[in-house]
Ligand binder design. Structure first.
Ligand SMILES: *[C@@H]1O[C@H](CO)[C@@H](O)[C@H](O)[C@H]1NC(C)=O
Ligand SMILES: *[C@@H]1O[C@H](CO)[C@@H](O)[C@H](O)[C@H]1NC(C)=O
Ligand SMILES: *[C@@H]1O[C@H](CO)[C@@H](O)[C@H](O)[C@H]1NC(C)=O
Ligand SMILES: *[C@@H]1O[C@H](CO)[C@@H](O)[C@H](O)[C@H]1NC(C)=O
Ligand SMILES: [Zn+2]
Length: 272
């Protein structure tokens, strides 16, 4: 069994090269505005409505809010052939720490789903995962946010699972390579080259959960078309710990089942 013990060791050594960059972080390339909402105290999800009652009303009264617990025997599945996710390779992209999350700004990308064509706006990360699958949560989740010409929103998401063998998803290694530069909220850096072909292949070769929900951050707007890969992608422990160190905690609490009363409204009425 010697081989089995050596394999993770080798992976851990190569992963530590990534970690090595944290010893001498570069400076951030510049600053960005941070979001006013967050995940702590009165800035957190229980009070997003309170932060701006007119803009964020859906957060407190919407009946199709995200994230949800996905029950795999009570959810729709999109056929991979009906969801066309295409993001061309880029040499570099802006990677921002918004305080409320980490976001890559990238507008070269398209999604064709149903009969609607969408354009990529950005992708960002949550830790821990926002969606639960049969009640189970995951260490991390990535959301690719698309918008149509008529301002309809679609999100393609993937949950991450930790790899016990040190495996990772190369696309996200490239995103996280300069993570340490943006440890401070309100800063940005530039990523290495990003190649989306492996992720696209992953999406195309597994099932896709599909439902209509909302943005998981203010203003919690509804009619968002969600597409979540049924198969987690991998992240190694070193990258996950590095991301968690910067991202800390940014998952909205699990919302009520689709079509059911908003949990905040129910709780408020019980309190009265
Ligand atoms: C969270 O947001 C609230 C409201 O904007 C703010 O008062 C608070 O300082 C923020 N807390 C953190 C830890 O960012
Ligand atoms: C986005 O696509 C356009 C048109 O194909 C191209 O000119 C541009 O260089 C691309 N941007 C990036 C960041 O690759
Ligand atoms: C797409 O459009 C065609 C033709 O208008 C229609 O028959 C089909 O039902 C539409 N598909 C979806 C998913 O809306
Ligand atoms: C199935 O999902 C619907 C919402 O999509 C929900 O109203 C219903 O309660 C769920 N059924 C079960 C058995 O959980
Ligand atoms: Zn998100």
């Amino acid at each position: 069994m010697k081989f089995a013990t050596i394999l993770p060791f080798i992976s851990a050594v190569s992963a530590s090269c990534l970690h090595g960059t944290s010893l001498m972080p570069r400076a951030a390339d510049g600053t960005v505005d941070i979001n006013s909402f967050n995940y702590t105290g009165l800035g957190g999800p229980l009070n997003w409505y309170g932060l701006d009652k007119s803009a964020n009303s859906a957060c407190a009264s919407g009946k199709h809010q995200s994230p949800i617990n996905i029950e795999t025997d009570n959810i729709s599945y999109a056929s991979a052939s009906s969801v066309h996710f295409h993001v061309p390779k880029v040499d570099s992209a802006k990677f921002e720490n918004l305080g409320s999350g980490l976001e890559v700004v990238l507008t070269n990308g398209t999604l064709l789903a149903g009969n609607t064509s969408y354009t990529l706006a950005q992708f960002h990360f949550h830790t821990p995962s926002e969606h639960r699958i049969n009640e189970e949560h995951y260490p991390m989740e990535v959301h690719f946010v698309f918008e149509s010409a008529a301002s309809q929103i679609a999100v393609v998401g993937f949950v991450f699972e930790l790899s016990q063998f040190g495996y990772s998803t190369p696309l996200f290694d490239s995103v996280f390579a300069h993570l340490d530069d943006i440890a401070t909220p309100g800063t940005y850096t530039m990523t290495d080259a990003l190649d989306f072909s492996g992720l696209t292949q992953h999406l195309n070769s597994h099932g896709i959960y599909q439902y209509t929900g909302s943005l998981t951050t203010p203003p919690c707007s509804e009619n968002v078309a969600w597409f979540l890969s049924t198969e987690p992608i991998v992240v190694n422990v070193q990258s996950y710990n590095a991301v968690k160190h910067v991202l800390k905690f940014n998952a909205r609490y699990t919302q009520n089942s689709l079509g059911q009363a908003n949990l905040l409204e129910v709780a408020a009425s019980n309190f009265n």
